[in-house]
Design a binder for this molecule. Structure first.
Ligand code: PXP
Length: 239
């Protein structure tokens, strides 16, 4: 059965709207764990638009489950990761103007591939397992394997955004094929982005997915029902 890592970035988004002390993503992380979350994910962005360094440090010290740090492959973030030592890192592309992570990493050998290889090696030498956030493409899975990543997180955003049934089935198949290849290459297989209480069902049926990283839909539902109920319901759907 797949596990659930709850992304608490958007609790921090609300706090940063007023540059205030609440709501606190650290409290949200602990409550999510009490409700059954198997892990906590935070994305420390270069522009610090939601999660702050203080959040990362406190969650590292207080969370009882696994901390997954999402970050861009920059030297600043490498230094932070090696100091904080999260249980794992997920490398993501980052653009200042985007509302959220828009696509997977460019893992192509002619693109960022060589740079990523060194970056992944540095994290692994620091004892931190690394996943690469990639689009659901077989080439991207193969390139991630060549780069030496421990696993991949398959981007489910295009599947989540697909409007018609035909398009959705096609996108689901792309996700499924990428998952199967990563699993065959003995890589950890995570999936996430845009998953909600409705579209999770079809991806939750893919047995080879080890973990889902879900944030926005859980935090949105938490406004109405509280974070414990929102996490517990997502756990139930994944299980
Ligand atoms: N995985 C990655 C790599 C992400 O960047 C995000 C968004 O921060 C998520 C998962 C979670 O996506 P969502 O907030 O849409 O559930």
């Amino acid at each position: 059965m797949a596990t659930l890592s709850v992304n608490v970035d958007h609790v921090a988004t609300v706090r940063q709207a007023r540059l205030a002390k609440e709501p606190d993503p650290v409290t949200a992380a602990l409550k999510a764990e009490l409700a059954g979350a198997d892990g906590i994910t935070v994305h420390l962005r270069e522009d610090r638009r939601h999660i702050q360094d203080r959040d990362l440090h406190l969650i590292r010290r207080t969370a009882k489950t696994r901390l997954n740090l999402e970050m861009a492959a920059t030297s600043e973030m490498l230094g932070i990761a090696l100091e904080v030592k999260p249980d794992m890192v997920t490398l993501v592309p980052e653009k200042r103007a985007e509302l959220t992570t828009e696509g997977g990493l460019n893992v192509d050998g002619r693109g960022d591939g060589e740079k990523l290889k060194d970056f992944v090696r540095s994290l692994k030498e620091g004892g931190i397992p690394v996943n690469l956030f990639i689009d659901p493409s077989l080439d991207a899975v193969k390139a991630s394997h060549r780069i030496g990543a421990d696993g991949v997180e398959i981007h489910t955003g295009t599947y989540a955004d697909a409007g018609t049934d035909g398009r959705r089935d096609m996108e689901l198949k792309r996700v499924h094929d990428a998952v199967l290849l990563a699993d065959r290459l003995s890589m950890k297989v995570h999936a996430g982005h845009g998953l909600n209480y409705i579209n999770i069902k079809a991806v939750a049926a893919i047995a080879e997915i080890d973990e889902f990283a879900i944030g926005y839909s859980i935090v949105s539902r938490a406004i109405y029902v509280g974070i414990e109920a929102a996490v517990a319901e997502m756990k139930r759907l994944i299980g």
